[in-house]
Design a protein around this ligand. Structure first.
Ligand code: VG1
Ligand code: CO
Length: 544
């Protein structure tokens, strides 16, 4: 085996977004495209020679080929050891756990998460650091700078490694260990949750659950956890076999893309509990019988009930949520007397808070929840957390959420997405809003008075780093909010996200339909944002 040095030219579009570099598969398949980015990662990281890395992906199309290439580039760059999942498949939360347990230097996560897969679908790469979490902006910026000047990469010539089953191999001087990614994850969950109580619930004959893995990465984990370890009947896990194109679906666990599960939970003889996860297993959707739990409410409910879970029974130090996530968790934090942090969108911003012990639980409105057990959001962890609460409380999902609203008030919340709209008008719209917010404070719109308006800027309380331009926030004196931001994970045109929130303390009004309750704010968002004109769309593509 010899090390080749291959001459290359930079690509101008390798800037990582909210969660790594995401592009369509044909873009990644261009000669040198993947190689450049991987070499740029290795060029950027000091002291990586001789170290251990964890590599795995969500199993989507191009996962296997990409892993073989990454292994050969790693070997040529003097990496000491690589742990890679069987078939190259490991969920994002499981990789985060493996990096931590094995004291690895970092990891390479191959996923475009909730974006569709297949030959014309999307692919993605993300670098995770020693704490198991996504690289912070100073590192992703440095990697991007490197991609703009790269002139060569190193690669080992040689045969592919057999990833079909666990085993140990040598690639040049580098050790490659093909490992089972599922068992360590199940063990980690056993340490956090009360498996005995959950098992009693799932085998009682009085409680039925459905877990839809959407033909993505969590299938093997869900079978091992729910059907094997916890005794739920066969058939509990739906779409549990990972497919390269996710069966042609959109592996995004929301009311639109997980519609089969939604139909089951809102149909006749519906199960008591339903859940779904996304392409790489870090997102979750929680449903009760005829009931949808918004991710923002889910974070608040988990925070309020954390003491019921063995892993958090001694209390939690704080909670963190991304800026567009509703303030439901803030109300719980205030009552518990713990800190609540508001960060920009993207899990990488939670890493420092978790490392410093400032936050124990974190969440995003985009169906992401997690804790200090790893440094990624964790879909199945959230499902187990809900099961643990249900097992202890003996109430239904709906009862738990309704009594939560009674106690804390209800934050009506919805996100309107305008997917794949033209880029330039979307950018112009944001530029216009950036100017507009400068003097919105104090202005009156009908019944609403603007309390604050800005382009969100975040100063990390641990390392002092500043992240600007993280989305337009317009907050009103009654606790309502409108947020506008452009997605950093889409791969075609622009995706505009409009986040709407209002607060209702009066329990007699908690039954109003969410879109109706938010209608005045939806109208106001149109008035201020001129969304129709900027997007050329009459309606959002996805409402959650
Ligand atoms: C979206 C979500 C964000 C999430 C990110 C990655 O980003 O809004 O909350 O962290 O996806 O999720 P954006 O920039 O498109 O709004 V995942 O499941 O890719 O790891
Ligand atoms: Co994901």
């Amino acid at each position: 085996m010899t090390i080749e040095t291959v001459a290359t030219k930079p690509f101008s579009d390798q800037k990582p977004g909210t969660s790594g570099l995401r592009k369509s598969v044909p873009v990644f398949q261009q000669p040198h495209y993947l190689e450049n980015f991987i070499q740029a990662i290795f060029n950027t990281l000091d002291g990586i020679e001789g170290q251990t890395l964890v590599v795995g992906g969500d199993g989507r199309y191009y996962n296997r080929q990409a892993i073989q290439t990454i292994l050969k580039i790693a070997a040529a760059n003097g990496i000491g050891r690589i742990l890679v999942g069987t078939d190259g498949i490991v969920s994002t939360p499981a990789i985060s756990g493996l990096i931590r347990e094995n004291n690895a230097f970092g990891g390479i996560v191959l996923s475009a998460s909730h974006n569709p897969g297949g030959p014309e679908g999307d692919f993605g790469i993300k670098y995770n650091i020693t704490n198991g979490g996504p690289a912070p902006e100073n590192i992703t910026d440095a990697i991007y700078a490197e991609t703009k000047v790269i002139s060569s990469y190193k690669i080992l010539s040689g045969a592919d490694i057999n990833l079909d089953r666990p085993g140990s191999f040598k690639l040049g001087t580098m050790d490659v260990e093909v490992i089972d990614g599922v068992t360590p994850y199940v063990k980690m969950m056993e340490k956090i949750f009360d498996f005995d109580r959950i098992q009693t619930l799932l085998t009682s004959g009085k409680f039925k659950m459905c877990m839809d893995s959407l033909h993505a990465v969590t299938g093997p984990y869900a079978y091992a956890l729910f059907e094997q370890r916890l005794g739920a009947p066969k058939g509990t896990v739906l779409n549990g076999i990972p497919l390269e194109d996710f069966g042609g679906g959109h592996p995004d666990p929301n009311l639109v893309y997980a519609h089969d599960l939604v139909e089951i939970l809102f149909g006749q003889d519906a199960p008591d509990f339903g859940a779904a996860s996304d392409g790489d297993g870090d997102r979750n959707m929680i449903l009760g019988q005829n009931f949808f739990v918004t991710p923002s409410d889910s974070l608040a409910v988990l925070t309020a009930n954390a003491h019921l879970v063995p892993g958090y029974q001694n209390g939690i130090t704080g909670v963190a949520r991304s800026m567009p996530t509703s303030a439901a968790a803030d109300r719980v934090a205030a009552k518990l007397g713990i800190d609540c942090y508001e960060t920009p969108t993207g899990w990488k911003f939670f890493g420092n808070l978790l490392d410093a012990g400032k936050a124990t639980l974190c969440g995003e409105e985009s169906f992401g929840t997690g804790s200090n057990h790893i440094r990624e959001k964790d879909g199945l962890w959230a499902v187990l957390f809900w099961l643990n609460i249900l097992a202890v409380k003996g109430e239904s999902v709906e009862e738990i959420v309704r009594s939560h609203w009674q106690e804390f008030g209800r934050n009506f919340y919805s996100r309107h997405d305008y997917e794949e709209v033209a880029l330039e008008p979307a950018k112009e719209m944001m530029a216009r809003l950036q100017k507009l917010v400068l003097d919105l404070k104090g202005q009156q719109f009908g019944n609403y008075e603007v309390e604050y308006a800005d382009d969100f800027s975040y100063t990390d309380p641990v390392d002092g780093s500043v992240s600007k331009n993280q989305g337009i926030r317009i907050g009103f004196t009654d606790g309502s909010r409108i947020v506008f931001r452009l997605s950093g994970t889409g791969t075609k045109g622009a995706t505009l996200r409009v986040y709407l929130e209002s607060y209702e303390p009066d329990a007699s009004k908690h039954d109003i339909d969410t879109q109706k309750a938010l209608q005045p704010l939806i109208d106001l968002a149109e008035e201020i944002g001129q969304i129709r004109q900027s997007t050329g769309r009459e309606q959002p593509t996805v409402i959650t």
